[in-house]
Write a protein that binds this ligand. Sequence first.
Ligand SMILES: Cc1cc2nc3c(=O)[nH]c(=O)nc-3n(C[C@H](O)[C@H](O)[C@H](O)COP(=O)(O)OP(=O)(O)OC[C@H]3O[C@@H](n4cnc5c(N)ncnc54)[C@H](O)[C@@H]3O)c2cc1C
Length: 284
Amino acid sequence: MKAPSFSYIKPGSLNDVFALLERHGDRARVLAGGQSLLASLNLRLSTPELLVDITGVPDLAGITVSGKSVRIGALTTHRQIERSPDIAQHLPLLAQAVRHVAHVAIRNVGTFGGSIALADPAAEYPACAVALEATIVLAGRGAERRVKAREFFRGLYETALRPGELVIAGEFPLSGDGYRSVFLELARRRGDYAIVGLAAHARLSGGRISDARLAFLGAASTPVLALRAAAALEGRPPDAQTIAAAQAALGNELETSADLYCSRATKLHLARVLLGRALGALSA
Ligand SMILES: Cc1cc2nc3c(=O)[nH]c(=O)nc-3n(C[C@H](O)[C@H](O)[C@H](O)COP(=O)(O)OP(=O)(O)OC[C@H]3O[C@@H](n4cnc5c(N)ncnc54)[C@H](O)[C@@H]3O)c2cc1C
């Protein structure tokens, strides 16, 4: 199918974007890389009258490392994240995850902010942002605000974004010494959205795990932070007994949703398998 007809505008400043969004309300949609939005227009899942292309707004792209955090601008492409030495050095979880995002042609144009704003439950960045305790920076006309990633993703494709607001950036705190990251996912084909995935980040010191953050993607309508499984790991060596205890705890807390391909039970089984693999990889 072809997209319904729409008007298109490419403003050159954030203020112009905000003014347009205010004037046109829910008849307008923000366009970034277009890798999800244009497909939804072609399928007639969305019928906006105006697309506001934000790729002409300066200063929304780029990766900056400061004393305490790494800031990723909304218009930074997946490919820029994949190729960034700063991401490889400071956010190895994201460096692993981005290789699972679609294919190179899509990664060349799809953006960090677009993925965060879309909040697909099977997308990689939202789970990484939750695991790494990132903050999502939002801006609307005259005001900027910061929302913890864990509070940003509210439901199926539902976020804390208010009408007229944009995702401006994500801020990821730098981890201290001894932290390790593992990103794993199961997909039907390389480049597909995950059936289930796991973004795992934890400290390993003296052969013991602490401060584990285990965020599952594809398991439910938002990224799910597995707090009981993490508690089962605290202060323990990553041996077979600990892994079994964490997998059992996961079974008591992860409320999976079925999709077209997998039942809830299958998803839970796969999540447990990924947890076991991730703990093995963390300690390798
Ligand atoms: C075949 C295929 C496979 C894919 N596989 C994966 C995958 O495995 N994992 C994955 O994560 N993604 C996948 N994607 C999606 C891809 O990562 C998109 O790039 C991404 O989801 C959206 O980014 P975009 O810049 O293209 O946003 P767009 O498509 O332009 O916009 C997406 C939505 O976000 C809104 N939006 C965009 N930017 C902002 C902003 N800064 N502030 C507020 N709202 C904004 C738009 O209004 C729209 O509603 C796939 C896409 C395709 C076509």
